[in-house]
Design a protein around this ligand. Structure first.
Ligand SMILES: *Cc1c(COP(=O)(O)O)cnc(C)c1O
Length: 480
């Protein structure tokens, strides 16, 4: 009789176990029977089967589990289906923003008005007169309509649009200052987020940074002392995401413009968000409008399309014709150009600004920034009723409506805190962080704030048609 030691017998067992692993083709035939095909593309199903089989093999080897058990129909196929569904579902998807941060860069900044979305869909799904003059039947320029609107709204003689504001600043510096010097106050050498830092953008534009003044105080004489025959322009930058408070000084824009005129140098400003509407009437502390800034006589200003403007991502440049023409001719302009969808959305949004009396009602970003306390309180109470009903008035649910703060966010009046009424919610016996995580991970994600161990739903950024979904989500929270 041959004796087999236990190690060898173990090996044999494992081999015969692994021999039971089916071939991918075999499982593909079964996938067809189970109607996975053609619900999902065949190559994807094959890939996912292969991945799952590798996982099964790994488990057999490491945990000594049985192939038969791991491949049991109620385990293998549901997992495969889950993986396929997850892969096929859009990775970029709608999120319910209950955080109260209106221009939330991580959540896609400005939600667009319905008409802008309709216009985008109309030109996206078919052909359009993007670069075609329907009157003459010949080639035209894609931006004419939007440029005309921008000139009216900003009081300038020229305008143009590129991919985003970072691109606009880079283009302006590249076209107007390459190989020469750009004068910037030390208080304005900001980092906006990601890789957008003023010193680096100036360098990238091929220019040399001449920083002047001190972090907290820069005087007109500092600018003047830095001017020499190499100077190309004076650059102002909106310090959109931070404030220097206390012992500070910056010269008035008019003084800087006068200095520029004395030396025949353009003054240009990166406005960041650039508002087209005077928001003072709504109690939002004084940011000059783009038209007010341009009235000081500055040569060019750049701003974003998707911050305070409430439109699609874009970089808008307005100002003097001869400078805008230089920018248009620069090769970077072509590299940074916007597509037909952006153009369609931007045009629709800008047209709303032609009527300052109704623009706030028509552009979601502006409506959210200016909605009154009474309305917010009413909406918070309505949300409480919707959730209560949806949760069958469960005693485990604790809710209260109370004052809180929302934010404008996104480099647009970022320091401004807006008083709001929010719904505070807790579930007895559940940790708040677990609840927050559940809401974030569900198939229709909901992003909330946590304040003092309460979930906070801020109605400022929640759309009316999202209340029911929040109600359903809160019912789910009760069964975690
Ligand atoms: C937001 C911001 C930018 C970048 O604008 P994008 O449109 O995001 O590229 C540049 N400068 C300032 C001052 C900003 O606030």
């Amino acid at each position: 009789m041959v004796t087999i030691n236990s190690e060898e017998s173990g090996k044999k067992r494992l081999q015969s176990e692994l021999a039971q692993l089916p071939a991918v083709d075999e499982l593909l035939r079964e996938a067809l029977l189970r109607e996975f095909l053609p619900r999902f593309p065949r190559p994807l199903v094959a890939d996912e089967i292969r991945k799952l089989l590798a996982k099964v093999k790994d488990k057999v080897l490491r945990e000594n589990l049985k192939v038969r058990n791991l491949l049991a129909a109620e385990i293998f196929w549901p997992e495969l289906e889950k993986n396929l569904v997850e892969f096929i579902a859009p990775a970029l998807k709608k999120v319910i923003n209950a955080s109260g941060v209106v221009i939330h860069t991580n959540l896609g900044r400005s939600p667009l008005p319905a008409t802008a979305v309709e216009q985008i869909a109309a030109v996206a799904a078919g052909y359009s007169n993007l670069e075609y003059d329907l009157n003459t039947g010949s080639r035209s320029i894609r931006y004419v309509n939007v440029e005309d609107l921008l000139c009216r709204l900003c009081g300038t003689e020229a305008a143009m649009v590129v991919n985003n504001n970072a691109g606009a600043v880079l283009l302006a510096l590249s076209a107007l200052a390459a190989g020469r010097e750009v004068v910037v106050s030390r208080g304005e050498l900001v980092e906006i987020g990601g890789a957008f830092r003023i010193p680096e953008i100036v360098t990238q534009g091929g220019a040399v940074l001449r920083e002047v003044g001190a972090t907290n105080r820069t005087h007109l004489r500092d600018y003047e002392a830095a001017i020499n025959e190499e100077t190309a322009l004076l650059l102002k930058v909106h310090t959109s995401n931070y404030r220097i408070a206390g012992f500070t000084y910056q010269p008035e824009m008019r003084e800087l413009v006068a200095l520029g005129q004395k030396y025949d140098l353009p003054v240009i400003e990166d406005l960041g968000s650039g508002n087209l509407l005077d928001l003072k009437a709504f109690g939002l502390r004084g940011e000059p409008t783009v038209a007010e800034t341009m009235a000081t006589g500055i040569a060019l200003a750049t701003f974003s399309g998707d911050k305070l403007l409430g439109g699609p991502q874009a970089g808008i440049i307005v100002g003097r014709r001869e400078l805008v023409e230089k920018l248009k001719k620069h090769p970077l302009n072509r590299a940074l150009r916007i597509d037909k969808m952006t153009l369609a959305g931007l045009e629709a949004v800008l047209k709303y600004y032609l009527d300052p009396a109704t623009v706030v009602d028509n552009i979601p970003t502006l409506r959210m920034l200016t909605v009154g306390a009474d309305e917010l309180k009413k909406q918070a109470q309505r949300l409480r009723r919707v959730i209560k009903r949806s949760c069958f008035a469960s005693a485990r649910l604790q809710m209260r409506v109370a004052t809180s703060v929302s934010r404008a966010g996104g480099g647009a009046l970022p320091m401004v805190e807006l008083d709001t009424f929010a719904l505070f919610l807790r579930v007895q016996g559940q940790s708040t962080t677990r609840l927050e995580e559940y809401l974030r991970l569900r198939s229709q994600p909901i992003v909330v704030r946590i304040v003092d161990d309460w979930l906070v739903f801020d109605p400022r950024t929640i759309f009316a048609d999202e209340f029911a979904e929040i109600g359903r989500a809160c019912r789910e929270l009760l069964s975690l």
